[in-house]
Every structure is written in C-alpha cells, then in structure tokens.
Design a protein around this ligand. Structure first.
Ligand SMILES: Cc1ncc(COP(=O)(O)O)c(C=O)c1O
Length: 368
C-alpha cells in the first residue's frame, strides 16, 4: 500500500469512479476550509461569485491549452453523466427526418444507440458483437451513411478493454461524435476531426457529477427549437455552463486535474505514461504461457482497461481475494466479460501497475 501524509492508500484499479492524482487530493484538502482567503470551501460558495467564475474559466482555459482547442469549439461542464449525452446528442444534432450512424464496439455504444432509437432514426454502421466485442472494427468493415446526421463511436470500451487506435473516418460532411468517457485526455487527439466529444468525468477527469462536452460551434445551430433548456447545447453554451447551478465542487476538482495534466507535461507525456503501464500489464499476460488470457485482441487492446481471465473461475476468485488483501483494489471484471479488469487511467501511477505485475507473477508461481 502507498502512503501519503501518513494515510494508507490502495493501488486503485477501479473502473470508475477511479483514482485521482494524489497532489490534487492534497490540494483539495488544503483548500477545503478556506479557499484562497474566501473563508469558505468551494462547496459553500455561490456559482455566481468571482472566485467560482475564475475556477470555471481557468478550467476551460486549461482544457483548451491541453487539447489545443480553437475558438471553433465550445466547452460545456454539464450534469447527467455520459448517459444523458446518449439522448442529448440525437436531440440536438439529428433533424427530425434524418438518421444517425452508430458503431457498436461494446456495451456503452449499444446503450447510446438505444437512446437514439427512442427519439428517432438510427442505424448500425458496424459491430463486433459477433466476437463478444473483442476488437474494434476496421474502417473497411464500416458501412457508412453519407447522409447521416452524425457518426457516433465509443473511443474506449471500458467493459471489454478495447480502444480505437485512431478515430473512424466519417463520410465528408458527417460530424464525428465520440463518447470518450473512459479515455478522455489519455492521449493527444486531433480535435479538428470531431464534431462533438463527451465524457463523464469520473474516470480520467475528476469526480462523478460533471460531464465534459466539447462541441464544434456550428453544430450549436442545429438543434430544433423548443428543447427543454437543460437539454439544449446552444442555450447551455450561451450561458457558459451557468444556466443553472453547475456541479461547482466537481468543476473545481476537474480544474485541478486539468492543471495537474499540464504540470506533468501535457497529453504527449500522459500518453507515454499510459502506454508504459499498459505495456507492463500486457507483457505479463503475454509472457504467462496462457495462464492469463486477455479478452481483447492484440491490435485493439485498451491502454485504459486491461481485461483478462485465469484458468478457472475458482482461480479468479482466489486472485481477487488475495490481490485485495495485498492492497490491489477494484480488479473485479464486469459480469459480461468475467475475470479481471485493471483500469489504469491517467491518475493510476506506474507503481500500481508494477505492483500488480509482481502480484500476477507471484500468484502464477504459486497456483500455475
Ligand atoms: C464508455 C462509457 N460510456 C458511458 C458510460 C456511462 O457513464 P455515466 O455513468 O457517466 O452515465 C460509461 C460508464 O462506465 C462508460 O464507460
């Protein structure tokens, strides 16, 4: 177990809500009773106060620097999780008579499609469900509608442990929409290729309760009139995420995480760190002579969620029990894949991946 300020911390491999950077937690702790001389915590202050205005503006500015966002994109800090975006995207971006394309690469892309179907027309533009979502479809496998209102994909499949190596290419003029809930800001992206990216904060960006949306400004014009205010991107962008009371404390912590990402060297450095952690774990699987078996095919492996099985369910239970006792927490796989899942988001340090790899090797020696 790791220790900070005499507190015992586990190696946290939870899929989300997930580990936050220790320097961020320490800053939250230091500022909890008196945020910068205001005499109150961020939880207790008005969302219309100068102090909070500065927090939300700084968070947006740091996000713009990190991703390289131009004035062409708006940034929104919303609520309702990624799940609300499953509905807001079609409500705002798909005209009444139009259809939208969805690539199915896992549970969450199916959930997004389901919501879109409740509200209008949607099409499956590709799926790897036939092989239990063990891979990402290739561009050649996609069947794309050149008239689609947008093309939706899920960049990282949290449950199955697969990740798009690079984004799919939509037909000319079709905006690309991405659910990046489990790999947002884990690597550089070319944002000019996207119409809209959304992510629940609770894996890579901060605490649960904040949803980040980056949207190309011209798409703000698309929404039909008469949408409820809280579901209308245009109105929310106009109000700079302050139409109603935003999740103030969550936005503050997201802001600290964004600053931390800049401080450690930005997204190129973050990608390097994430690749190093993933390489350690996949090497442990590949070099185990079949004792550990990865769910994802090699070319589609996620750098965020490493999913693997052991020779039997009994052995998996023992692994989990013993790992937890050693301070390796949150490794239980999702029931639809079974086995184990190590989530190694941005804030998971390399020491945690090293500790897990040593445990895997030692467990195999004893049980293999
Ligand atoms: C890729 C992906 N999309 C969407 C969701 C749902 O997110 P939320 O709970 O924020 O609605 C999750 C949650 O794990 C996820 O991993």
């Amino acid at each position: 177990m790791r220790t900070t300020t005499a507190v015992k911390r586990v190696h946290n491999f939870g899929a989300g809500p997930a580990a936050l950077p220790v320097p961020v937690l320490e800053q939250v702790q230091a500022e909890l009773l008196d945020y910068k001389g205001t005499g109150m915590s961020v939880m207790e202050m008005s969302h219309r106060s100068a102090a909070f205005e500065e927090i939300i503006q700084k968070a947006e500015a740091d996000l713009r620097t990190l991703v390289g966002l131009s004035a062409d994109h708006s940034v929104l800090f919303l609520q309702g999780g990624a799940s609300l975006q499953f509905a807001m995207v079609p409500m705002n971006l798909r005209p009444a008579e139009a259809s939208a394309d969805y690539v199915l690469s896992g549970h969450w892309s199916k959930a997004a499609l389901k919501e879109a179907e409740k509200l209008g027309r949607a099409r499956v533009a590709g799926s790897t469900e036939a092989s239990r979502f063990d891979r990402i479809p290739t561009q050649a496998e996609l069947d794309l509608d050149p008239q689609a209102a947008y093309l939706h994909f899920t960049s990282n499949n949290t449950i199955y442990g697969t990740q798009w190596p690079t984004e799919p290419a939509p037909p000319a003029g079709v905006p690309l929409v991405c659910d990046a809930s489990s790999d947002a800001l884990s690597r550089p992206i070319d944002i000019s290729r996207y119409g809209l990216v959304y992510a629940g904060a609770q894996k890579n960006l901060g605490p649960a309760g904040v949803t980040l949306v980056v949207i190309r400004k011209d798409l703000l014009e698309r929404a039909p009139g008469g949408l409820p205010a809280m579901l209308d991107y245009g109105l929310l962008a106009e109000a700079r995420s302050l139409h109603n009371t935003p999740p103030t404390f969550g936005v503050y912590v997201v802001g600290l995480v964004l600053r931390w990402l800049l401080d450690v060297g930005g997204l190129v450095e973050v990608r390097k760190r994430n690749e190093a952690k993933a390489a350690l774990l996949y090497a442990a699987i590949d070099e185990s002579a079949g004792f550990y078996r990865g769910h994802a095919r090699a070319e589609s492996r996620s750098r965020m969620n490493v999913t693997f099985r052991l020779p039997s369910e009994e052995m998996e239970k023992a692994f989990l029990r013993e790992a937890t006792a050693e301070g390796l927490d949150g490794l239980k796989g999702h029931r639809s894949v079974g086995g184990l899942r190590a989530s190694i988001y941005n804030a998971c340090p390399i020491e945690s991946a090293q500790a897990l790899v040593s445990f895997m090797s030692e467990f195999q020696k004893r049980r293999g």
